[in-house]
Design a protein around this ligand. Structure first.
Ligand SMILES: Cc1cc2nc3c(=O)[nH]c(=O)nc-3n(C[C@H](O)[C@H](O)[C@H](O)COP(=O)(O)OP(=O)(O)OC[C@H]3O[C@@H](n4cnc5c(N)ncnc54)[C@H](O)[C@@H]3O)c2cc1C
Length: 676
């Protein structure tokens, strides 16, 4: 017998979702608004999912007919659970069950679900009485009609690299226009939406829009990032010399050494505000200065457990450095340890980003101007090939407007994917394949980070859920791993929101995504689980690259970026090696069960790119194997620079943003003081 009903039958849909999240002392899925949630998804967010939802429910109903009875609605609760289990391996059923749970734990404030698992967004003691506003008054934020015809410098993108360069150039007395394609919403817009958090893959997208999985907003990735602020080690900049060049890789050394970068690391730590502890990383290079603030202390219970485990293994540990104030610093308050950090804007601006540091500083000079919701679609050149300005496009009141703006210098800081896309889109008779691309180097060597990791269950524990979360790391395996190229850092995870906790536990197979087991599992394990994760060194390849997609255009009619190639097999080996270390650490720390938990899955078939995207305009001394000179100046041009993650020749076995900030300070310093 086959099913003859589908999810458009309300009784079937509500019966199915109430079997996925059944009632007990706390509401079922429908009792918590699950039908409205799904309706909203169908009507507004993902109309194309309507058929998918219907199909998943129909499969569950079909399974019910196999189990016996008159379809799903005719089964008793035990039969319904048996029917769900019968199709539990079906990816579409799994997807649907997770979606229902994401709604249960994450669709707006969920007082019942959150109380059930003893989770609350606010810190112990509650929110402070008044939350600060963005520390710039938008005075320097201009509208299209206010654009001048010419600026001394134009900076494309307002993220880590762009904000940094804009500040230095504006302070040098240049008039600087920062052009940002995203908008600049208040923190209150970006500080609470669990379903659209970039760290939870609901498929519903993020509030800050996609830029190949980074943030498309004033501040770029720094608006919502996790703010881990690691320095690369001396060896990270000398990967080819240290390890040789494995077959199939285009691994190269940076054209600069750690000692060239060190003063800028120090400046970045003080300028933007890093909390950290100077010792504890055996691979770190020499420092000229301590951190400006002591490390942020969070992760109560977890930190002590992992410290004990590391001690038993003889491993060193260090608190992860964070671009988060541990004390009041630079006019912003210290972290109050709320339970929502990575992926959200910080409600008290304790997290440092270009939106609350470099950009307001650039605007405060009186020379700096920021226009948001405006996209640079092309760089303009004159007949000699020299860059003379940019062509921008935006939309106002439903009307698309376009304008050209002249500039003496253009600095592209659009993030590794968008920077390559913009250069490739800027063609001329002299450079028909894109500006600076006569040697076919723009867009190649795309990197990011494969992640290693494991999840541990700690029966008998009651961990705190205080943010930011990463409170202990081991750096022992950043290098020196026999038979491996590079390595990585491992740290405990950012404090997870409930829907992420659900995702982590289900993905590890701790419980299925439905039934009483899922609810009980969430109650039991939310405060008894810990993840240890970390990025690994990636080897670059020529083939991992950004190109223009000939067939897909954005809403302005410009070709979108297409990513191709894949990670190197050595990366997967290193990832597996580091996952084994993560498991070992959790076991030694007393975990009663340990699961491999590699964020991003078992090994991407494509390039990793993502939030740590880098490398597409790598620096070098030879135009045949690099896109820019050692100062980020695009080969063949004397007034065109790149200053963002694109310049990274290699991306380290740690999160990249401090290196982007430091290297951008270095590029800007050279531009201002050595005349480029
Ligand atoms: C959720 C999340 C967590 C993260 N956590 C960490 C972490 O803990 N530690 C860490 O080191 N890194 C982290 N990152 C990554 C970090 O944010 C990035 O490495 C960093 O922001 C990259 O800096 P960038 O200057 O290269 O580009 P971005 O910061 O991405 O800035 C590029 C900007 O350019 C704009 N833009 C793009 N194209 C155009 C155009 N054509 N015209 C105008 N504007 C354009 C974009 O909208 C964007 O605002 C995280 C990122 C995310 C999203």
């Amino acid at each position: 017998m086959t099913a003859n009903v589908n999810a458009s039958t309300p009784d079937l849909l509500s019966t199915v979702i109430d079997a996925i999240v059944p009632a007990d002392d706390y509401p079922s899925a429908t009792g918590a608004g699950g039908l409205d949630f799904l309706q909203r998804i169908r009507d507004r967010e993902r109309p194309e999912w309507s058929r998918r939802i219907n199909a998943a429910v129909a499969r569950i109903d079909a399974a019910a007919w196999q189990v016996g009875g008159n379809g799903f609605t005719g089964l008793d609760p035990a039969g319904q659970q048996a029917a769900l289990a019968a199709v539990g391996d079906d990816p579409e059923v799994d997807w649907f069950a997770r979606l229902v749970n994401y709604g249960y734990y994450g669709d707006g404030p969920r007082p019942d679900a959150w109380q059930m698992i003893d989770w609350h967004p606010e810190p112990e003691g509650g929110w402070p009485p008044a939350l600060p506003q963005l520390p710039f008054d938008r005075a320097g934020l201009i509208k299209p009609a206010e654009l001048r015809t010419r600026y001394d410098a134009i900076v494309v993108g307002s993220g880590a690299g762009g904000g940094t360069v804009a500040q230095v150039l504006a302070e040098s007395g240049r008039t600087v226009l920062i052009i940002e394609s995203g908008s600049g919403p208040a923190a209150s817009v970006l500080d609470h939406d669990h379903l659209h958090n970039p760290r939870l893959d609901t498929g519903l997208g993020t509030l800050t829009g996609p830029t190949a999985n980074n943030a498309n907003t004033v501040g770029g990735g720094t608006r919502v990032y996790g703010a881990q602020a690691w320095r690369f080690t001396p060896q990270d900049l000398r990967m080819a010399s240290t390890y040789g060049v494995p077959d199939g890789s285009s691994l190269a050394d940076w054209p600069i050494s750690y000692s060239d970068l060190e003063p800028y690391y120090s400046e970045a730590e003080w300028r933007f505000g890093v909390s950290g502890q100077a010792d504890g990383d055996p691979w770190s290079g020499a420092r000229s200065r301590d951190y400006p603030m002591p490390a942020v202390v969070s992760g109560s219970g977890r930190r002590q457990r992992l410290a004990a485990g590391a001690a038993e293994l003889g491993w060193g540990t260090v608190p992860p450095p964070l671009l988060i104030n541990s004390t009041d610093y630079a006019g912003r308050s210290g972290c109050i340890h709320c339970a929502m950090c990575v992926g959200f804007a910080c409600p008290i601006e304790a997290k440092s980003g270009s939106h609350n540091t470099s950009i307001p500083a650039a605007l405060a000079t009186g020379n700096g101007f920021l226009i948001d919701s405006t996209t640079v679609e092309r760089l303009i050149t004159d007949s000699s090939g020299r860059v003379t300005g940019v062509a921008v496009v935006g939309e106002q009141g439903g009307t698309i407007w376009r304008q050209q703006i002249a500039a003496g210098e253009v600095i592209v800081s659009a993030g590794a994917v968008a920077t390559a896309r913009l250069l490739l889109s800027s063609t001329s008779d002299r450079e028909p394949n894109g500006i600076g691309n006569n040697q076919d180097q723009i867009g190649r060597h795309l990197q990011g980070h494969l992640y290693a990791g494991a999840l541990g269950l700690f029966e008998g524990e009651q961990f705190g859920l205080d943010g930011p979360g990463p409170s202990i790391a081991t750096c022992d395996f950043r290098h020196g791993n026999d038979g491996r190229v590079g390595g990585g850092m491992l740290a405990n995870e950012f404090v997870p929101i409930p829907a992420s906790t659900f995702d982590y536990l289900v993905s590890s197979g701790v419980f299925p995504p439905y039934g009483a087991a899922a609810k009980d599992g969430m109650r039991h394990w939310t405060r008894r689980m810990e993840r240890v994760v970390g990025p690994i060194q990636e080897l670059t390849t020529d083939d991992a690259r950004v190109r223009l997609d000939p067939s897909v255009r954005d809403r302005y009619g410009n070709p979108v970026a297409a990513l191709s190639g894949s990670v190197h097999p050595e990366d997967v080996r290193t990832r597996d090696f580091m996952t084994a270390r993560a498991r070992e650490w959790l076991e030694a720390s007393g975990a009663t069960a340990v699961y491999s938990a590699e964020p991003g899955g078992p090994g991407p078939s494509g390039p990793s790119a993502g939030q740590h995207q880098a490398g597409t305009c790598r620096m070098g001394t030879d135009p045949r194997s690099s896109a820019t000179d050692p100062y980020g100046k695009v080969w063949g041009h004397d007034n065109l620079w790149v200053a963002d993650g694109s310049l990274h020749v290699t991306n380290g076995g740690v999160n990249p943003v401090l290196t982007i900030l430091a290297n951008s300070l270095r590029v800007a310093d050279h531009l201002v003081n050595a005349g480029g």
